[in-house]
Design a protein around this ligand. Structure first.
Ligand code: AMP
Ligand code: ZN
Length: 445
């Protein structure tokens, strides 16, 4: 099944044969693709060493899907250490694009795509979009950031593949978003759930008549949200909301998506092998139990990644989906096993903030990161002490310092935080492990 013709048929969206493939055939396909991916991986020094240690010298040493368990996990730290080209498995001439995701230390994780990789990725995103009922008659406004983040270009290409009219509006600027919706009759949008709530609030505030827009659906992802939030957006905006899950290490969007049954996200098992592990014991957990999602990509030659610890908490539904697709469904992702924060859809590690503020001589030793809700959006406040010799009554240098911290942080984490300066020794000191992050957002998962 691994000749080019099969590939070409396969990675077209609208392919019931693959979406409803009997499990046995799907697993046979996975085994073929896993061997192929291991072949790409063996070209990189990192995996050559790792796979050799696991007794895999060539793709043929993988005899069954069970052999995957012999391969050690790959972590974000591994990818970071491999920056910039440690995981590249084709020649640079074959690479047509890169995407990157934030790192804890300023070193991003970079993913490279060949032309073929982009085509396959696009096919998966198109499959997700089409599965929600969109057709070429739809007008799709992609209200998410473009650039290194995969959500922009990933959905853009998928939308075009389905034949929709794609409006690359990007995120922010609600007034312009409304104008575009009205001018071009937008029927479907992609955004973070918090931005969708913001859009609704702004619509009311600016007196935009709901009947002046034709919106029917939204794809919402990039950050955790609850079933209640989905329902709220659906009711307020009078649309259908579909949960969209992906991560840049696994291409980006198009990894798992809800079908019209809206009961869990089908993980496209012809493109990915999904496992759920106990994050403490690292053992696989039985279907139906919660744990950390581990993913192996089967559809990318330029940057193969095997058994990637996503840090996302999920699990598998055990019963089949009424839609007839055979690909298993994931529980809504409820959080993470590491300290990564998702603030208005942007990934931020507390260590990135620490690195910026602690590099400034004027900043004291203690700091606190607070995240709360400001209306429907998240607001980040960085509270930091100043050095003991700082004179707190002199506001001019303090304001200048505040501004410098704010600007430097924004350049590093792409979020504009509020900055508060506190007198030396005035921020709470915890007795045990320092509590540097206070996430005050209500947990409504
Ligand atoms: P990035 O690599 O920047 O695209 O970020 C990927 C991360 O965003 C994932 O590992 C998740 O933690 C989070 N994420 C993406 N989509 C969802 C979703 N639908 N629900 C919850 N978290 C999500
Ligand atoms: Zn389904």
């Amino acid at each position: 099944m691994n000749n080019q013709t099969d590939h070409r048929i396969h990675y077209q969206y609208r392919n019931e044969q693959f979406e409803k493939m009997p499990r046995r055939e799907l697993e046979a396909w996975q085994l073929e693709r896993l061997r192929e991916t291991a072949g790409f991986a063996l070209r990189t020094p990192f995996y050559r060493k790792r796979l050799k240690e696991a007794g895999i010298q060539s793709p043929g040493d993988i005899c069954s899907l069970g052999d995957l368990k012999r391969i050690p996990f790959t972590t974000k730290q591994d990818l970071r250490e491999g920056f910039p080209y440690g995981f590249l498995s084709v020649s640079k001439e074959e690479v047509v694009r890169l995407h990157a995701s934030s790192g804890t230390t300023g070193t991003p994780t970079t993913i490279y795509f060949s032309r073929e990789d982009i085509r396959k990725w696009t096919g998966f995103v198109a499959r997700c979009i089409y599965g929600t009922g969109c057709t070429r008659d739809d007008v799709f406004q992609n209200m998410i950031s473009y650039g290194l983040f995969t959500g922009g270009l990933g959905f853009h290409a998928g939308g075009e593949e389905v034949g929709m009219l794609v409006i690359p509006s990007g995120s922010g600027n609600t007034a312009r978003q409304f104008r575009l919706m009205q001018d071009f009759g937008t029927t479907v949008v992609h955004a973070t759930p918090s931005f969708l709530l913001h859009v609704e609030a702004k619509m009311k505030e600016e007196g935009v008549d709901r009947d002046s827009i034709k919106l029917k659906r939204a794809f919402a992802g990039a950050e955790p949200y609850s079933e209640d939030t989905r329902r709220r957006i659906e009711e307020l905006l009078r649309i259908d909301v579909y949960n969209s899950y992906g991560l840049s290490e696994m291409n980006g969007p198009g990894v798992a998506f809800e079908c019209q049954a809206k009961r869990g996200l089908h993980i496209w098992e012809d493109g990915y092998i999904a496992e759920i592990i106990n994050p403490d014991t690292l053992e696989n957990v039985p279907d139906g139990e919660r744990g950390e999602l581990v993913l192996t990509i089967l559809c990318r030659e330029a940057t193969p990644i095997l058994r990637y610890r996503t840090r996302d908490l999920s699990g598998f539904y055990t019963e089949p989906c009424p839609c007839g697709r055979t690909h298993r469904r994931l529980f809504r992702i409820t959080g993470r096993t590491d300290d990564m924060l998702i603030i208005n859809g942007v990934n931020v590690f507390p260590s990135q903030i620490e690195e910026v503020i602690m590099a400034m001589r004027e900043v004291g030793n203690n700091y606190l990161i607070e995240i709360e809700k400001d209306g429907v959006l998240d607001r980040l406040t960085v509270k930091t002490e100043v050095t003991p010799d700082t004179f707190m009554d002199d506001t001019r240098p303090l304001n200048a310092l505040k501004d410098k911290i704010r600007r430097t942080l924004q350049a590093s984490i792409t979020i504009n935080p509020r900055v508060e300066l506190h007198e030396s020794g005035s921020l709470p000191v915890s007795e045990g492990k320092a509590v540097r992050v206070r996430d005050l957002r209500p947990l409504d998962i």
